[in-house]
Ligand binder design. Structure first.
Ligand code: MGD
Ligand code: SF4
Length: 741
């Protein structure tokens, strides 16, 4: 049944009654009755606690089941990431479970790769074929010629499998295409990354500065809850964004910065704070090195210097620097998350890390807290006898000395170039590489070089159409996964357990990995009978109350001091064991030891810089086929500045207005599908903006197919961060052409 927006929002609230979200698909599997919870808010539904997979924040949820069907999903009040509330996507998980387009049975390709033609086969055949072809690959090229691309919690089984089998090449686009530069910058500065979920103290911050983070549109539940609480109790907000985001509308200061110039602004802020001695001198004296070098470095980088670069009034730059410093140490400069923008991203994130140190906010209330995690029984060491390939062989196209992980884009390049060695097999778990990696043509070129591509997915996404073998996984509501011991400000262990029986002929990831392991002579990697037995064993061995954990969906740890004010001792894992404002490590590797500004390329005449971001009801392309979430936002729009729209070439006769369909053509001649225009004062005239994740071309996604424009398809260029290999993607330009709907 179609879901009205009002009804859907009602379901998301914790007091809503049970409402059937979809109909027509029934299952009568009641074996999980054991974990039934009485819930005074409902009318007798069976309730199963588990954790969400609609994005990678992994909030605790309570799934309501009636007559074998999930009727609604609400936040688990006991879980520290949800506190009883979910974002719209979390509540919309029912739409993922009952998506009629789900992959239903294993398939093997029957025509040319990429033609998306398959025949359905039994699991026996699909697994035999996968294992046989993996072994063939190993004999011909060595085990390291297989790479696992993985995103999502269930990928841990496949990581265990392929590592035991002998390849170190396990990659996720969430590093080099997302938060890698941030992790590298904080490791360089503090000896410790920010991690996920970020242990930042938004709730207690008195001033929050967002550098392009559009909190509220990008929706990490706990952060948004804390953000709303902080603003509600009077926290001040400074937003730096070329677009008047929802957060900007709540801000005391909105700085509509010229895209790609944030380093100049951040240096100018530091200039004001340093020259006016507004930093926390005692904190720096105790914990940091390199203040003298920083003083010298920012000496000439005044607000007047930054003005022509950023387009921001020097008076405003000075005023905001003083404002932000005025609230230290509870002045939180948010570290962002998706920070792969211009290829100088590690240095921009270094600016944020250094600024946080000047404000004395690292390790302090209202700033960056010290996360901790609960112990979990480790798995016995693998004994395949084949050993792991030398980590130094990791195929990154170049050597990025400060990359903390193997790069997904590096493996893609190595598949094309066969350097440092050929990658000939991809196992792709839960990541739609055609949309996740920049330059889709290069991804297709890499795929053409493969001997084997196995896709493990729940939906027929674009990457599935390129696979040789397709293994349909059950959704997160139908399976056990491994325990999750989060590193967070409140340590906890979370449990994922099935809410209903797997639909169709889909299988849980643990089962698929275990069956493959059996066929590859690695049965000892998964010695347990099933996912539940594994969870019970690990909980027991770790000393936790198994029944309570399964009943509550979460085990909470002892509260430990998370900041200096609570008595925590600050520690830094850097060479000097201090915060390194000036980085000798960067200097030794041939990089700027203090961040320098380098100007980004300008958009050619008649073109706009393409920017992208998020909407609260979608996570990349993974939710855009979800009918329930599609009811809230079924296609994206391209934001165009109103004045720029009035002078668009080709629109002289009938000026562009909101709701008209246009196409975007990028600098390399790639043309998007039709996308609605949003003509607005809320964006600068030199940029346009799209919500990421739309414009699917996979025909099997019958709802999302051809809805909106794909920013990924238009991202044919990217700029590599020389420090850690991240792919800056805000370097593409588009012109606007009229289109029919
Ligand atoms: P981006 O998406 O890159 O990162 O969320 P963010 O950390 O916020 O941010 C886009 C914003 O950056 C836009 O407002 C854009 O106008 C602005 N911007 C672009 N270029 C510049 C520039 O040069 N300077 C400045 N100052 N601003 C610029 C990503 C985060 O979101 C991540 S990584 C994930 S995994 C989650 N995904 C997700 C989701 O898919 N859906 C929803 N609803 N929420 C999500 N939250 C998370
Ligand atoms: Fe699910 Fe939303 Fe939490 Fe992400 S933030 S895990 S989508 S409820």
């Amino acid at each position: 049944m179609a879901l009205s927006r009002r009804k859907f929002i009602k379901i998301g609230s914790t007091t809503a009654g049970a409402v059937a979200l979809t109909s027509g698909l029934t299952t009568d599997w009641w074996s999980l009755q054991a974990h039934q919870l009485p819930d005074p808010r409902t009318d007798g539904d069976r309730i199963v606690p588990t954790f969400c997979e609609l994005c990678f924040w992994k909030c605790g949820v309570l799934a309501h089941v009636r007559e074998g069907r999930v009727t609604k999903i609400v936040g688990n009040p006991k879980h520290p990431l949800s506190n009883g509330r979910l974002c719209p996507r979390g509540a919309g998980g029912v739409g993922a479970l009952y998506d009629p387009d789900r992959l239903k049975r294993p398939m093997i390709r029957v025509s040319k790769r990429g033609e998306d033609k398959f025949e359905e086969v039994s699991w026996e055949t699909a697994l035999d074929e996968t294992a046989a072809r993996m072994e063939k690959l190993r004999l011909k090229y060595g085990a390291e010629a297989l790479a696992l691309f993985t995103h999502g919690y269930g990928g841990s089984w496949f990581t265990q499998l392929v590592k035991a089998w002998g390849t170190p090449n396990v990659v996720a686009p969430s590093y080099a295409q997302c938060r890698g530069p941030r992790e590298a910058a904080f490791e360089i500065t503090y000896g410790q990354g920010v991690g996920s979920p970020e242990a930042i103290d938004i709730r207690n911050a008195r001033c929050i500065t967002l550098i392009g983070s559009h909190l509220g549109e990008n929706m990490h539940n706990t952060q948004v809850q804390e953000f709303a609480d902080a603003i509600g109790s009077g926290a001040q907000l400074v937003v730096v964004d070329p677009r008047y985001s929802v957060a900007a509308s709540k801000a005391k200061y909105w700085l509509p910065i010229k895209p790609g110039t944030d380093i100049a602004l951040l240096l100018a802020w530091m200039n004001v704070i340093v020259t006016e001695k507004r930093y926390d001198a005692d904190y720096l004296d105790k914990y940091a090195t390199g203040l003298a070098e920083l003083e010298l470095h920012v000496a000439g980088k005044t607000p007047e210097w930054a003005y022509p670069i950023t387009g921001l009034d020097p008076g405003l730059i000075r005023e905001t620097a003083r404002f932000i410093a005025g609230f230290r140490p509870s002045s939180l400069v948010h570290p962002g998350r998706h920070v792969t923008w211009y290829g100088d991203d590690t240095q921009r994130m270094r600016c944020i890390a250094i600024l946080a140190a000047l404000l004395g906010s690292w390790g302090r209330r209202g700033g960056y807290l010290l996360p901790s995690s609960m112990g979990l029984r480790k798995y016995p060491p693998f004994s395949s006898g084949r050993g792991m390939a030398d980590a130094a062989d990791k195929p990154t196209a170049e050597h990025y000395p400060m990359a903390g992980e193997v790069l997904a884009s590096g493996v893609c390049e190595a598949t094309v170039s066969a350097a440092p060695y050929g990658v000939k097999g991809w196992m792709v778990y839960g990541t739609n590489l055609i949309q996740a990696l920049p330059n889709p043509k290069q991804t297709e070129e890499a795929i053409a070089n493969l001997d084997l591509l196995v896709a493990i997915d729940v939906l027929p996404a674009e990457i599935v159409g390129w696979a040789d073998i397709v293994l349909p996984e059950s959704t997160y509501l139908e399976r056990h996964d491994d325990l999750w011991a989060a590193s967070y400000k409140e340590p906890f262990v979370a449990i994922r357990q099935p809410v209903v029986e797997p639909m169709f002929d889909s299988k849980p990831g643990w089962w698929i990995a275990k069956e493959l392991a059996n066929r590859l002579g690695l049965a000892e990697v998964f010695p347990w009978k099933n996912g539940e037995e594994n969870i019970r064993w690990r909980l027991e061995e770790s000393g936790y109350d198994v029944e309570a954990a399964l009943r509550d969906g979460v085990v909470k740890g002892e509260v430990v001091p998370v900041c200096e004010e609570e008595g925590a001792e600050l520690y830094f894992g850097t060479e000097s064991e201090k915060i390194e404002l000036f980085s000798q490590q960067l200097a030794d590797a041939g990089f700027d030891p203090l961040p320098e500004f380098t100007p980004p390329d300008e958009p050619p005449l008649g073109m706009f810089r393409l920017l992208s971001g998020r909407a609260p009801m979608h996570t990349f392309g993974r939710t855009t086929n979800n009918r329930d979430l599609g009811a809230l936002m079924g296609e994206n729009e391209v934001w165009i500045n109103a004045m720029a729209a009035r002078s668009l070439a080709g629109f002289e006769e009938a000026p562009l207005k909101t709701g008209d369909y246009v196409r975007l053509e990028n600098q390399d001649g790639v043309m998007s599908g039709p996308v609605k225009a949003k003509v607005t004062e809320r964006i600068r005239g030199d940029a346009v903006y799209l919500v990421h994740g739309f414009g699917h071309t996979a025909k099997g996604l019958t709802f999302a197919h051809n809805r909106g424009a794909s920013d990924s398809a238009l991202t044919t260029r990217f700029k590599v961060d020389p420090v850690m290999g991240g792919t800056g993607m805000n370097v593409n330009f588009v012109r606007i052409a009229r289109a029919e709907a």
